[in-house]
Design a protein around this ligand. Sequence first.
Ligand SMILES: C[S@@+](CC[C@H](N)C(=O)[O-])C[C@H]1O[C@@H](n2cnc3c(N)ncnc32)[C@H](O)[C@@H]1O
Length: 224
Amino acid sequence: MPLIIVFTECGLELIPKQIRSHPAVKKNLSPRIYASQLLDNTLHFSAMKDLKNFQKRGRPDITHICLLNALGSSLNKSGNLIVFVHTFNNKIFRFNPEIRITRNYNRFKGLIAKLLIDGRIEIESLKLITPFEGNLQNLIDNFKDPEVCILSSKGKRIKDYEELFIKDINKNYIAFIGGFQKSGFSKYIKNLSDNLISISEYSLDAWVATNRIITYYELIYGIL
Ligand SMILES: C[S@@+](CC[C@H](N)C(=O)[O-])C[C@H]1O[C@@H](n2cnc3c(N)ncnc32)[C@H](O)[C@@H]1O
């Protein structure tokens, strides 16, 4: 019954060692400030150009907006949404549906840097963000009767939102949504499922695609 969303290949990582001495990085970096340790292409663009796949990296803002939209939805408030974040470096985290993600972008960056350093976020033994030990295939296998779709502008276009989900309380729908700016899913992600679905004739921002599929799911289950 719950919808499982995996924000995939999110541009979230600590500043890689190889560019830590670049002037554009050194200018803002402080070992005491978590937020300054996260790669952010607005600040580090000139240093990032030599990084492999740099177009997909250093975009914490995308994950931030996606999480605010997903966790603030009626679907989440009704207890029917499970959210995972998978990073560019293949780390996977599960977000507690009750976590209140800070609205402030800089604080969000601090939270994510702390998460990547400590491996989890807990407050007084309340687990807010926990690591998923395993890869994305293990994540899929963890759910009974999973139905996986990869949302992509290059996928098979649906004509009606009801094509996307069939009301079936025994099914676990898992939707992969890219948490990156440009370029497509890696081969590793595409190998997880043949079911590539497009929900628009346009290439949408990840948070717009997120809102849409959550709304579709809410409409199918009458969650308003
Ligand atoms: C900014 S896009 C990534 C760039 C890429 N050009 C694309 O559209 O796949 C971020 C994510 O939003 C989702 N998305 C964007 N447009 C979509 C569409 N027309 N149908 C389904 N998902 C879409 C995909 O999951 C995509 O990875």
